[in-house]
Ligand binder design. Structure first.
Ligand code: IPE
Ligand code: IPE
Ligand code: MG
Length: 239
């Protein structure tokens, strides 16, 4: 789709690869899980900053499909942390007008986490200030694979004509259906990679990598990323 070259001061959708919790813990001679716990305040700060700046969608990569391969203890710790955060922040989400959503293989999550999530998603579905999208058991390749499967099933059932498949048809089958593509992708802790995150959706996102470790990332760092974004010229393949 041709879009004109443009500068948009505030990104409508910011996506963040929250990385570096383990390194933060190591730096402070703490167990890895303490790094994840410390990352919680960064989430709160960034959510608040997004609201303050008028960002409409915030996607946080919290747990990848590949992260299930981590030691059992770390995975369990992360799941416990996630459940606690959702429960404890539910009231705040209501107050701030936050709508909680998820992308990813929700069916992989422990029942207790899934139930907590479903309650929060249902309770906050009428909120319109910020869509907070948690990527949980998320993998971009599995997302695309599932979309292909779903479309193949529709073709087989005679509900979809292969010749009529457009980019929009694919988008309708992704976890992100109805959500605009990220304008800005932030990755903390300096790694120059995407790690299977929103491969389709970030086609034209502006990328910002900061060496700051996720537990050290706060409102100021978020503002710096937005300032950097505001200076970019987005061309979308035009001139
Ligand atoms: C990101 O921090 C959090 C998750 C992937 C769940 P890491 O745990 O990957 O931290 P590093 O990369 O080891 O420092
Ligand atoms: C990406 O971080 C996943 C999340 C932030 C949830 P990882 O730490 O898992 O990615 P790699 O292993 O550095 O690519
Ligand atoms: Mg990492």
């Amino acid at each position: 789709m041709a879009k004109e070259s443009s500068r948009t001061p505030i990104p409508q959708h910011v996506a963040i690869i929250m990385d570096g919790n383990g390194r933060w813990a190591q730096k402070h001679h703490l167990p890895r899980l303490s790094g994840h716990e410390a990352g919680r305040k960064s989430v709160k700060q960034v959510v608040q900053a997004a609201i303050d700046h008028g960002v409409r969608y915030l996607t946080l990569y919290a747990f990848s499909v590949e992260n299930w391969q981590r030691p059992r203890e770390e995975v369990q710790g992360l799941m416990g942390l996630l459940r606690g955060v959702i429960r404890e922040e539910l009231r705040e989400m209501g107050k701030e007008g936050i709508r909680l959503r998820t992308i990813g293989r929700k069916q992989d999550l422990p029942d207790a986490v899934r139930e907590e999530l479903e309650t929060a998603i249902e309770t906050t579905k009428g909120n319109t200030r910020l869509d907070l999208i948690l990527a949980l058991s998320y993998g971009s390749r599995v997302e695309i694979t599932e979309a292909v499967q779903a479309m193949a099933r529709e073709v087989k059932a005679g509900k979809l004509d292969p010749e009529q498949i457009r980019e929009g048809t694919v988008e309708e089958h992704l976890y992100t259906r109805g959500i605009p593509d990220p304008d800005l992708l932030i990755r903390t802790s300096g790694e120059m990679r995407i790690s299977n995150f929103m491969l389709w959706q970030i086609s034209y996102a502006e990328i910002y990598v900061t060496p700051v470790l996720w537990p050290d990332f706060g409102k100021k760092d978020f503002s710096l990323a937005l300032d950097d974004y505001a200076g970019r010229e987005r061309r979308f393949g035009g001139v």
